[in-house]
Design a protein around this ligand. Structure first.
Ligand code: CP
Length: 315
């Protein structure tokens, strides 16, 4: 979250938007690049959208879809694995259940660019990019520096950010890079201390008021955006939130409230919201492939290979 600036993020979002709308193309931009996805934890969206993004840019893709099929299963260290990856790939996307995996592999002789595809409870930065891309696209008026403060978003998040990397990264990105879009933040959690010191400090530095509560029903009607994320990996098991935190068609949402979720979902998010204007979660997943294309182009240093269509070609 701290390696990118707000202008860099907005430039990536703009490129993703142009790729998504067809205003530009980059079909061969990575044709001599090998992208390796090394996933030591299950994934549908992150791995497949990175691989789809790489294929759409003409890259070759190598995949470790499951840590059990690599020699880490025999006990090989992440450090040694990192050294090998230098020879096999030009960009590595890593997902790992350990909070410290990124640091372990980064502190070795891995020299190719490393993208975090989610590490333990720590961070899921490309998910946060997809989330903020979807939200800012839907709330474009909030980019306007002259937008009155009362138009800012009252944000509710359901889950325990200090233990949920998608939620944690979404909040960190908001506090660090988009605080001017937010009016206040409410964290709904059964954990009495759902934030950690880094989040606390980020909110304080951003002068954002934060309230923690366990009463979703009482507050949900005040949220302009509610980010639901009550599924988390605890050790080797997935833990789901209390049924009291379920959001569905019976939840008294504001009429124009947007519901976000990184997916996968279980019972905490009702499918009866899927065909309603509240649903932003499918847009988060749809946009992720374009965000990841923009990121791969930038990381590979191939932004000069993007070709914009002339206005007349677009009709
Ligand atoms: N949102 C997300 O990270 O989904 P996956 O675990 O399926 O990659």
């Amino acid at each position: 979250m701290r390696e990118l600036t707000q202008p860099q993020l907005l430039a990536l979002f703009a490129l993703a938007s142009d790729l998504q709308s067809g205003r530009c193309r980059a079909v061969r931009a990575l044709e001599d690049v090998v992208v390796l996805t090394a996933f030591f934890e299950p994934s549908t969206r992150t791995r497949l959208s990175f691989e789809s993004a790489a294929h759409r840019l003409g890259a070759a893709v190598l995949s470790v879809p499951d840590g059990r099929v690599s020699s880490v299963r025999k006990g090989e260290s992440l450090a040694d694995t990192g050294v090998m990856l230098n020879s096999y790939a030009d960009i590595v996307v890593l997902r790992h259940p350990s909070d410290t995996a990124l640091d372990e592999i980064r502190n070795t002789r891995l020299t190719v660019p490393l993208i975090n595809g989610g590490n333990g409870c720590e961070e899921h930065p490309t998910q946060a990019m997809a989330d903020w891309y979807a939200l800012l696209k839907r709330c474009a008026h909030l980019h306007d520096a002259d937008a009155p403060p009362e138009q800012r978003i009252s944000l509710g998040v359901v889950g325990t950010p200090r233990r949920m990397r998608a939620l944690r990264s979404f909040l960190l990105m908001g506090a660090l890079h988009f605080p001017h879009i937010l009016r206040d933040v409410t964290v709904v959690s059964e954990d009495p201390r759902p934030l950690d010191a880094e989040l606390d400090n980020a909110f304080r530095d951003a002068l954002l008021p934060v309230r923690c509560t366990s009463d979703l029903r009482r507050h949900v009607g005040s949220f302009d955006v509610v980010y639901q994320n009550s599924l988390t990996l605890v050790g080797t098991e997935y833990e789901v939130f209390d049924a009291a935190f379920r959001i569905d068609g019976d939840t008294p949402l504001k009429p124009h409230a947007l519901v976000m979720h990184p997916l996968a979902r279980l019972g905490e998010l009702g499918a009866d919201l899927d065909d309603t204007p509240h649903n932003l979660y499918f847009s988060q997943a749809d946009g992720a492939v374009f965000i990841r294309q923009a990121l791969l182009l930038a990381v590979a240093g191939r932004l000069d290979r993007v070709r914009w269509h002339e206005p007349e070609e677009l009709g």
